[in-house]
Design a protein around this ligand. Structure first.
Ligand code: C2E
Ligand code: MG
Ligand code: MG
Ligand code: MG
Length: 279
């Protein structure tokens, strides 16, 4: 009896595992199809110069509405891709799609515009990022300086020499590197010194609290000063209130991004935004 019931329990447990695994596998299969059939979409969110209101760059943000699974959050897309060996392919698709779109915008006359592309930490490990970027730049005839790669603070990224070598290769190519969600990860001052970074993005949690929490405000001020002293440009993420925008501007924060200024939008809407901003 005891033996029998434990067998049943094991079977139930395994069924749960199987179901979850099956869902993940279905999602991965659907994602693979979506990459190959161009069913993924990039949205773009402008990054503005707070002084003057010009658009400096647009951040490419992944969107996937699967007919079978519904809307999948970008971080889940990335997680599925990483667990099923699709990260490299997905990254290549994002880089190429964003670069083609930027090239179209350049040809439409928005010649100084840059595009920011998010790169997940695992992509730094495979050692192919620099050559992928090089190929994409060649295929789209973009100059390297119009591409900004956003990386997040992640211990596994900082701790490998290979990642630093990749960043050095990218810098040699001439692409810019931005440290995303700054202040929420594990970076230390020595990392800031070691890594070839051009930009810092203040995490939106600090911006959200800066008008009500003196400590958050203090940290925002410190990050802005730090960026200035290291000759990095600084972007505030998640600007939702006029009050935040004005305060950031007063503090000397150069760039801002957030729902107050513009939400992420389809490429066609971004074109209209560029036309109205640059007119
Ligand atoms: P992230 O790179 O920090 O991107 C900023 C996120 O904040 C985006 O969420 C954006 O829609 C959102 N956001 C912008 N303005 C505001 C605001 O005023 N308030 C608030 N609350 N949120 C704002 P999204 O598009 O859902 O992307 C989430 C994360 O997924 C990104 O965070 C990034 O880490 C990752 N991600 C998105 N697309 C890609 C991609 O193509 N590749 C990789 N590796 N990761 C991506
Ligand atoms: Mg980002
Ligand atoms: Mg961010
Ligand atoms: Mg984030």
């Amino acid at each position: 009896y005891a033996k029998h019931s434990s067998t049943v329990m094991v079977q139930c447990y395994e069924m749960g595992m199987d179901e979850r695994r099956l869902r993940k596998q279905k999602l991965a299969l659907a994602l693979q199809g979506a990459i190959e059939q161009d069913q993924l979409v990039l949205y773009y969110q402008p990054i503005y110069e707070l002084e003057g209101g010009a658009i400096e760059s647009v951040e490419a943000l992944l969107r996937w509405h699967s007919s079978e699974h519904g809307v999948i959050h970008p971080l889940e897309i990335i997680a599925v891709a990483e667990h099923h060996g699709l990260a490299h392919k997905l990254n290549e698709w994002v880089l190429l799609t964003a670069s083609r779109q930027l090239s179209d915008w350049h040809q439409a006359g928005f010649s100084g515009l840059k595009v920011n592309v998010n790169i997940s930490p695992s992509i730094f490990m495979d050692g192919e990022l620099a050559s992928t970027v090089h190929n994409v730049l060649r295929a789209t005839a973009l100059s390297a300086s119009s591409l900004v790669l956003e990386i997040t603070e992640d211990t596994s990224l900082w701790d490998t020499k290979g990642s630093i070598a990749t960043l050095e290769q990218l810098r040699k190519l001439g692409v810019e590197i931005a440290l995303d969600d700054f202040g929420t990860g594990y970076s230390s001052f020595s990392h800031l010194r070691q890594l070839p970074l051009n930009k810092l993005k203040i995490d939106k949690s600090f911006v959200a609290d800066m008008t009500t929490d003196p400590k958050a405000l203090s940290l925002v001020k410190t990050i802005i000063a730090l960026a200035a002293s290291l000759e990095m440009k600084v972007t505030a993420e998640g600007v939702e209130l006029k009050e935040q925008q004005l305060q950031l501007q007063q503090l000397g924060c150069e760039l801002g991004q957030g729902y107050l200024l513009a939400k992420p939008m389809a490429a066609i809407d971004m074109t209209a935004e560029l036309q109205s901003t640059c007119a």
